[in-house]
Design a protein around this ligand. Sequence first.
Ligand SMILES: Nc1nc2c(c(=O)[nH]1)N[C@H]1C(S)=C(S)[C@@H](COP(=O)(O)O)O[C@H]1N2
Ligand SMILES: [Mo]
Length: 199
Amino acid sequence: MPIISRGFHGRRPAGGHDLPPGQYETHDFPVLSAGPTPHVPVEDWEFTISTESDTRYTWNWDELTALPAETPTVDLHCVTKWSKFETQWRGVPLDTLFEDVETAADYALVHSYGGYTTNLPLEDLLDGKAWIAYGYDGEELAPEHGGPARLLVPHLYLWKSAKWVRGIRLLLQDEPGFWESAGYHDYGDPWREQRYQGD
Ligand SMILES: Nc1nc2c(c(=O)[nH]1)N[C@H]1C(S)=C(S)[C@@H](COP(=O)(O)O)O[C@H]1N2
Ligand SMILES: [Mo]
């Protein structure tokens, strides 16, 4: 008889989700912000992708929300160790926004209203892995969770999912963002427990 080791791939709570190493499941939706919540009226909201040669692609609120939206259901993993399963979002995949962008850059530095930044490889924003999300749980995204719109990149720790997202700068060389400059991991894969530099 084979021995089936249930613990081998990590704990598996009801619902069949895997919990990354060191994480626990929560049903709340904690708010984690490094500063005050910026209030950005949608009339003033803009999102800009700028390339390494400073070509800019900008969408206002009406343009963003007129694009075909997706409704991803994803698990969130915060570096403070909570994970939340099956969160439901509405947003535009980054693939759509990058369709006409010409770039040789490999890196992205994401900027938020309020000044927060976070970096990640451009490829982690593409191929169905990331969204500009403006709906949560069937409602508008609440300001404390990043409304009017936030980046959603659920395969990395949640600090990469910049709230109040304002733009993405494409870079030929990697540049650390806010938490990455403070000692957090450059990439932040929860499955490899990349919490801090050196992990
Ligand atoms: N603009 C901005 N985005 C941010 C943050 C922030 O402080 N400012 N905190 C990050 C961190 S550390 C986490 S864990 C998540 C928290 O998202 P939530 O408040 O919706 O749970 O947002 C991320 N995005
Ligand atoms: Mo976080």
